[in-house]
Design a protein around this ligand. Structure first.
Ligand SMILES: [Zn+2]
Length: 168
């Protein structure tokens, strides 16, 4: 584990912004460069027993040129007075020039925030809900299936209401 800890870099997502605003009413926009990862996320979530209907609450997934310092991705959630919610994923454009697996990690991470209100796992190094992205990208490709299973297990533990097996 030591070498993983040492290779951590201060990147990954920043705080989730929550605020009240008027309902946007705009159509869902998903950047073509991440559609493959979004579909993969939905298939994995479904296979792991989660309801994926909340993808309809994600109004957009897009690349942006500026985010707070060292932040790679963001999930902005807006709550409306009628108890509905809309979320927006912003990914820093710099991830397009790096290893694609890191972009996939960012999508999995942010969709977990936006679709399931997942919180960071502060005690897990290198998890998909960890606040930091491990700089050695081969770590993700080598451990991918284990990381995905752990991610959805954690989400179901945090938010059992999204589980297909749930009574709710
Ligand atoms: Zn995060």
């Amino acid at each position: 584990m030591r070498n993983i800890i040492l290779s951590l870099v201060l990147i990954s997502c920043g705080p989730m912004v929550t605020h009240n605003q008027l309902r946007s009413g705009k159509e869902q926009y998903i950047d073509a460069k991440v559609v493959e990862y979004v579909n993969s996320y939905l298939a994995d979530a479904s296979q792991n027993g989660l309801n994926v209907e909340s993808i309809n609450k994600v109004s957009s997934i897009s690349f942006v040129d500026t985010l707070p310092a060292d932040v790679q991705g963001l999930c902005k959630r807006s709550f409306f007075s009628d108890n509905t919610m809309e979320a927006e994923v912003q990914i820093h454009r710099r991830l397009l020039s790096g290893n694609p697996i890191v972009l996939k990690v960012a999508i999995y991470h942010e969709l977990s925030h936006c679709m399931y209100h997942a919180k960071h796992t502060t005690n897990v190094i290198g998890g998909l809900l960890s606040e930091y992205i491990v700089s050695k990208s081969s770590y993700y490709s080598q451990n991918w299936s284990t990381l995905v299973t752990a991610l959805f297990t954690e989400i179901k533990k945090q938010q059992p209401k999204y589980s297909i097996d749930s009574d709710r």
